[in-house]
Each structure stands twice: as structure tokens, then as C-alpha cells.
Design a protein around this ligand. Structure first.
Ligand SMILES: NC(=O)c1ccc[n+]([C@@H]2O[C@H](COP(=O)([O-])OP(=O)(O)OC[C@H]3O[C@@H](n4cnc5c(N)ncnc54)[C@H](O)[C@@H]3O)[C@@H](O)[C@H]2O)c1
Length: 346
């Protein structure tokens, strides 16, 4: 965590960490929204360099075409091995810029300034970078830790509520992987105050939970799989939405997935049923309507082909209680279909 800065003065922090680097060696990557909403806030503390690369926002732009565009821009403006790329934006920008930086001249340094809640608590930390390729999400990528991450929740002032909710699902997941107290605190959080000082404390705790898990298993050989909690079902839900051309936020799919996977935890690893019901209610009330019953069979088929499965069946991370989890737990079709029925968000 010692290269992650939590602040309400992102511009001043940026100036401090880049003090010794000449401005011609500094490059900035933004999308149109982070350019419009976030750059001005940095200016009082930090004078932006002239090399600012802007790409259009949207997940479909996390692509090889834009990586290539970034590499062209860096080459043309004679970036060197000791240049720095500052990624300012949501997870799309930190994944894309992180990937481009990790390969350019065999790797230049990058600084992440995440401007969405999802990027602050998840995407910008932990060292996974990547792009979508051949219709597959995050198919190409690297493990590459950013030199610095500056987290300032002032940026969340302009972030629309659906994006806040999407990031909040990952905070809920981290709390479930931590302990009862953390969970209780997160369930009382007020998203309308996400840009205030107190919320920065919750973000810091959430980041600490993720980084502790990542540090114990940087390459996802064992313990890091816990961070997939809610994602086996969540990814299947996302895949159907993509196939149908529906827009669905990543965190929403994870929230629905957590309901199903907590139910499996009740059945398989003894998670307390009352506790499950409380979390099911919490998610159902907060997140948009979703009833997967009609597509349960398709969801099951998608899960069966998930790359995390190492043998027959579907691989899950399940919880015994908040803070205690079991990775590589295989469940059968009947249980999974029953678990999907528990997702009834109205
Ligand atoms: N590397 C990892 O470990 C990891 C983990 C989780 C998710 N991800 C990736 O993160 C991406 C999703 O991230 P996301 O949810 O941040 O999406 P995103 O980057 O697409 O941002 C969501 C929207 O918010 C806009 N935006 C950004 N900052 C804003 C601000 N301050 N005010 C107003 N609008 C703003 C963006 O332009 C975009 O339209 C996915 O590509 C996912 O694969 C990566």
C-alpha cells in the first residue's frame, strides 16, 4: 500500500511525486469525460504537461487499436524508457494505459489517478492491466504494478449514481472477504456523500483489503482467487447482457452474482442463512431490477465454460462467514440453478 496515496489534494501530490521528472517526459492519458471533469481539479497544484492523449470513453475502446494509438503518440513525441504515463480516468483508462505503458520500450512507469469508484477500490490497484480482444473481455494483459496510485474521492462528485453503485459492489465484496465489522460499516455507507472525507476512509479500508490479498498471491495462484467472489455468476450475467446488446454495469452483475454465490455458501460452506437474507435484501433494494430465471440454463452453460474451471463442474469462491472463504469449491447444476433463483431484484 505504500505507493498508494489517499488525499484531497491530488494535484499537489502529483506535483510532489513527479518533482524530479522533466515535463517533456510526462504523458497524460484521459478519456473525454475524465478530461472534462477531472483535469481542471488537478491544475491548481500541478501544471499539466503538453502531451495529453484523449480517447473516447467506453469499454469497447479498451482495444488493441487504442493501445496502438497510444504507442504511436508516445513514439512520435519521443517518449523514453524513463518517461511516465499518467492514467487519469476509470478502469477502462487505467487498464488500457497500464497495459500500453507495461509494453512500451519493455515497460515505462505509470501513475494511476482513478476517477471512478470502481477504479479507486479495484481496477487501478493490484497490478492487472489489459484490453479486450477478439470479443473476449480482458483477453490480453500483463501484471504490472503502477509506480504510484493517487486516490482522491473529490473526483466522485461528478460520477453518476449508477457508476457509484457499480464500484460500491466491489466494496461490498471486499467487506465480505474482510470481517463482520467491515461489512456492517459498508452496509451503512451513504453513497450520496461519496466525495466527502469520511467516505475516503471507507475507500482506504477497501483498498487495504484488496492489497493484502493481492500481496499474498500477486499472480492469482491461490488466495487471490477470493477476489473472484460473486464474479463466476457475475461474468455469466455480463456475457448475456453483451450478447443481447444490453448495457449492464460490471458491479451490478457482481452484486447479483454475490446473492447467488452467498446462497451456495449457505448450502455448501455453512454461511449463516439470516445473514444471507439480510445481504440479499440489501442488494435487491439498491440495485436495478433483474430476474435471471428465464435465462438460468444459459447462465449455467456460460459458467461451465468459465476459464477458472480446472476440472468438471463450476469453480466458485464460497464463504463460511464474513472474512472466511474457501477457493476452488465446485458446485453442480441443480444447486447453481437454485442459487440463481435467489436473485430477485425488483
Ligand atoms: N485491472 C483490474 O484489476 C480491474 C478490476 C476491475 C475492473 N477492471 C476494468 O475496469 C473497467 C470498468 O471501470 P469503470 O467502471 O471505472 O468504467 P469506465 O472507465 O468506463 O468509467 C465509467 C464512465 O465514467 C466516466 N468517468 C470517469 N471518471 C468520471 C468522473 N469523475 N466523473 C464523471 N464521469 C467519469 C468514464 O468516461 C466512463 O464513461 C472495465 O474495463 C473492467 O474490466 C479492471
Amino acid at each position: 500500500m505504500n505507493n498508494i496515496i489517499f488525499t484531497h489534494e491530488a494535484g499537489i501530490e502529483l506535483k510532489r511525486i513527479l518533482a524530479s521528472i522533466p515535463s517533456e517526459d510526462i504523458f497524460v492519458l484521459v478519456d473525454n469525460n475524465s478530461r472534462n471533469y477531472c483535469l481542471e481539479y488537478l491544475q491548481p497544484g500541478y501544471i499539466l504537461p503538453k502531451h495529453i492523449l484523449t480517447i473516447p470513453d467506453g469499454e469497447h475502446n479498451k482495444s488493441l487499436d487504442y493501445v496502438s494509438e497510444i504507442w504511436h503518440a508516445l513514439s512520435k513525441r519521443t517518449a523514453r524508457r524513463n518517461s511516465v504515463l499518467i492514467n487519469i480516468g476509470g478502469g477502462m483508462i487505467t487498464d488500457l494505459g497500464g497495459f500500453a505503458a507495461s509494453c512500451f520500450k519493455r515497460g515505462i512507469r505509470c501513475v494511476n489517478i482513478p476517477t471512478t469508484l470502481l477504479a479507486q477500490v479495484d481496477a487501478s490497484i493490484g497490478g492487472k492491466t489489459g484490453i479486450n480482444f477478439d470479443g473476449l473481455k480482458n483477453e490480453i494483459g500483463t501484471f504490472s504494478i503502477p509506480e504510484w496510485v493517487i486516490i482522491d474521492n473529490h473526483f466522485l462528485k461528478t460520477l453518476p449514481l449508477p457508476h457509484l453503485l457499480s464500484g460500491f459492489a466491489e466494496m461490498l465484496k471486499h467487506a465480505l472477504l474482510a470481517d463482520e465489522d467491515q461489512l456492517a460499516e459498508i452496509m451503512q455507507a451513504d453513497l450520496s456523500r461519496a466525495s466527502e472525507e469520511e467516505f475516503l476512509g471507507l475507500i482506504r479500508q477497501s483498498v487495504a483489503i484488496k492489497t493484502a490479498i493481492v500481496q499474498s498471491d500477486p499472480r492469482e495462484k491461490g488466495l487471490r482467487k477470493a477476489l473472484n467472489f460473486g464474479h463466476t455468476v457475475g461474468h455469466a450475467i455480463e456475457s448475456i447482457a453483451i450478447q443481447k446488446g444490453l448495457s449492464l454495469y460490471h458491479g451490478d452483475a457482481v452484486a447479483y452474482g454475490m446473492i447467488a454465490e452467498l446462497y451456495l455458501s449457505v448450502r455448501h460452506t455453512g454461511f449463516d442463512e439470516k445473514h444471507f437474507k439480510a445481504i440479499q435484501k440489501f442488494i435487491s433494494e439498491k440495485y436495478p431490477p433483474y430476474h435471471p430465471v428465464a435465462e438460468a440454463e444459459t447462465l449455467y452453460e456460460l459458467m461451465l465454460h468459465d476459464k477458472k474451471n480446472e476440472h468438471a463442474g463450476v469453480n466458485f469462491t464460497l464463504l463460511r462467514r464474513p472474512g472466511e472463504f474457501e477457493t476452488d469449491h465446485y458446485c453442480g447444476k441443480e444447486d447453481i440453478l437454485e442459487a440463481l433463483q435467489q436473485i430477485q431484484c425488483s
